[in-house]
Design a binder for this molecule. Structure first.
Ligand SMILES: *Cc1c(COP(=O)(O)O)cnc(C)c1O
Length: 358
């Protein structure tokens, strides 16, 4: 006798990337920023008082939202703070998708999306990306034809790192009948100049997901947020979200992190420099890699390597380097590699050299 709902019993859970307790492992598998958070974050942490922990936190994460409003030039009513970006995804589904209605995703993309759809007992309406990981021209019309009330679109794309520019995002929002949630988990690593936040003034169906996990080196904190027209934000912020899903520590540290833009931007620039170097070095070794605007790259293993992507993944793991391998049809011959520090990236490249010649 199972007490689970049928959809829950049938589904498989999300498979997180490996999170080893051994701190000696070089972790290039879950796209963390390799640089530490701003010193301002660490001093905000030491300034947390017992009294702040005794009390319930601000129900809106007011300190954090004030910083986010300043950073993006939007109103506090156009923002909602969540327990990681992942909670915003779940809340968007809860808020905008009637039970049983389909959720639109490009395939492949973030493997959490279908898991959240299964929890909601919604089918997934997938649209296959082209071989170069671009969106097919009829993406929006196929979502509309399927009656999709919510489309989840990760940009820069995971796992390829490809970026759609703001015009392309605006065109998709304009063409979709339902809500477009642009998952910008990796947007901080794009070359300067990319910004779609201004589009929320023109598209009443556009919502943007941000997270402090990647760009601000705070994956352990669990803080994300949504930016959108107040009519999209309000039902999440006032109704479907738990009042206290963002705790007092996250509220204070998140405000400190957004408040120190120079520190964060320096880390993004360092990642971009290494991204260029690592991608060039891997291409020089025969890997096929699309241009990436994220803090990872998707490296297709050359046939002549004589080793499968999975064998390389295992070989690297044996050498204390974790990368991500997805055993799915379109990704099985690829490794998704997070851009690390120069030392970590050098260790990756020399281990690959040993594996490819060995
Ligand atoms: C990391 C990530 C998120 C959000 O992660 P959180 O740690 O929950 O903020 C959302 N979408 C994608 C594609 C991601 O990689």
């Amino acid at each position: 006798m199972s007490y689970q709902r049928d959809n829950v019993r049938r589904m498989a859970g999300y498979t997180p990337g490996e999170q080893p307790t051994d701190t000696g492992v070089i972790k290039l598998n879950t796209n963390e920023n390799p640089w530490p958070p701003s010193p301002a974050v660490m001093s905000a942490l030491t300034a947390i008082t017992a009294e702040a922990l005794r009390r319930y936190p601000s129900p809106t994460a007011a300190s954090f939202l004030a910083e986010a409003a300043r950073l993006h030039g939007v109103g506090a009513d156009q923002l909602v703070a969540t327990n990681g970006g992942d909670e915003l995804l779940r809340l968007a589904i809860t808020t905008f998708v009637p039970p049983g209605a389909p959720i639109g995703v490009a395939e492949p993309s973030y493997s959490l999306y279908p898991v959240l759809a299964a929890i909601h007992d919604s089918p997934v309406q997938t649209v296959e990306l082209e071989t170069d990981w671009s969106l097919p021209a009829d993406f929006a019309s196929r979502m509309n034809a399927a009656g999709v009330p919510l489309t989840l679109l990760v940009n820069p794309h995971a796992p390829s790192g490809r970026l759609l520019d703001a015009d392309a995002i605006g065109a998709i929002a304009a063409a979709l009948d339902g809500v477009l949630l642009v998952d910008e988990a990796y947007v901080d690593f794009t070359d300067p100049g990319h910004d779609v936040v201004g589009l929320i003034q023109r598209h009443d169906n556009l919502m943007i997901l941000r997270t402090l996990s990647k760009g601000y080196s705070l994956a352990g904190l669990r803080l994300g947020y949504g930016i959108g027209p107040s009519a999209l934000i309000e039902p999440i912020a006032r109704k479907t979200r738990d009042s206290y899903s963002v705790d007092a520590v996250a509220d204070a540290l998140g405000a400190a992190a957004l408040g120190d833009q120079p520190a964060a931007q320096a880390s993004w620039e360092a990642v971009r420099e290494e991204r260029t170097r690592v991608i060039d070095a891997l291409r020089g070794r025969g890997f096929a890699i699309p241009d990436s605007q994220a803090n990872f790259c998707l490296a297709r293993v050359p046939n002549r390597a004589g080793r499968s992507a999975e064998a390389l993944y295992r070989g690297l793991k044996d050498r204390g380097i974790l990368v991500r391998h997805f055993a799915t049809p379109r990704l099985a011959d690829c490794l998704r590699i997070t851009i690390g520090t120069p030392e970590q990236n050098n260790a990756l490249l020399s281990s690959l050299d040993a594996l490819l010649t060995g």
